[in-house]
Design a protein around this ligand. Structure first.
Ligand SMILES: Cc1cc2nc3c(=O)[nH]c(=O)nc-3n(C[C@H](O)[C@H](O)[C@H](O)COP(=O)(O)O)c2cc1C
Length: 206
């Protein structure tokens, strides 16, 4: 896979410098860069390796404009060259639970994994299983943000949208969840420097 970006940031550098970007330069993002970012996110860990996440990459200007309207007209959705919707879909996991079984476990592992996953979700309400799966997808979301930053792209993590409208626009069933939207592109503003709690405030050493 050939990407246009040759220099990448370390995880530490990307975490230190990333901030929300809400104005982007126009012009398409090379497909190879988008694939490279998504390829990092898909490697995130999840409980039972369940990987309930799916990505929809929106670059069509008309659709982006409609998404912006479904996102309370937040301009970054319209002016970013691409928006990635992170979708959590438990039903899709349940369609082929054995797909998450490690190849080294063989047929027995596949059968066991199916039983484990079916059992896990069977004991939960629709809301519980969605909340559980959404927590897994948010790990991939963090990786997605850092991957984009490390390849030189600004991002805007977003929860400010009407989920039902976004699902309808993306032709997704209402049973899925839109875990987050992530507009991305080359930054056309510097954004606010990161402002976070100091370690002393949030860490207890025992
Ligand atoms: C899950 C999540 C949802 C967010 N939703 C929105 C949003 O809808 N609109 C927006 O302008 N910023 C949104 N933000 C951006 C936050 O306000 C921002 O990350 C936070 O203030 C820290 O600033 P920084 O990202 O520049 O470091 C969201 C951030 C996260 C992590």
């Amino acid at each position: 896979m050939q990407a246009t970006v040759t220099q990448t940031l370390t995880v530490e550098q990307a975490a230190q410098q990333r901030r929300s970007i809400r104005k982007y330069r126009s012009g398409p993002i090379p497909h190879a860069d988008l694939e490279r970012i998504l390829d990092v996110a898909r490697r995130a860990p999840s409980a039972f390796n369940v990987q309930p996440w799916y990505f929809v990459v929106i670059q069509n200007p008309e659709l982006k404009n409609q998404l912006m309207q479904a996102s309370y007209n937040q301009a970054q959705v319209g002016n970013a060259p691409a928006v990635i919707a992170l979708v959590t879909d438990v039903d899709r996991v349940l369609e082929s639970p054995e797909a998450i079984s490690h190849p080294s476990w063989g047929d027995e592992g596949r059968a066991k994994t199916r039983a484990t996953v079916e059992n896990l979700f069977a004991g939960q309400t629709f809301e519980q299983r969605n909340a559980w799966a959404n927590a897994q997808s948010n790990i991939a979301f963090g990786w997605l943000l850092l991957a984009a930053e490390s390849l030189g792209y600004g991002t805007s993590p977003m929860l400010g949208f009407d989920g039902a409208k976004v699902k309808a626009l993306l032709e997704l069933p209402q049973s899925v969840q839109i875990t987050a939207l992530m507009p991305l592109g080359k930054a056309a503003e510097s954004g606010l420097s990161p402002h976070r709690h100091a370690l002393e405030r949030i860490v207890t050493w025992k």
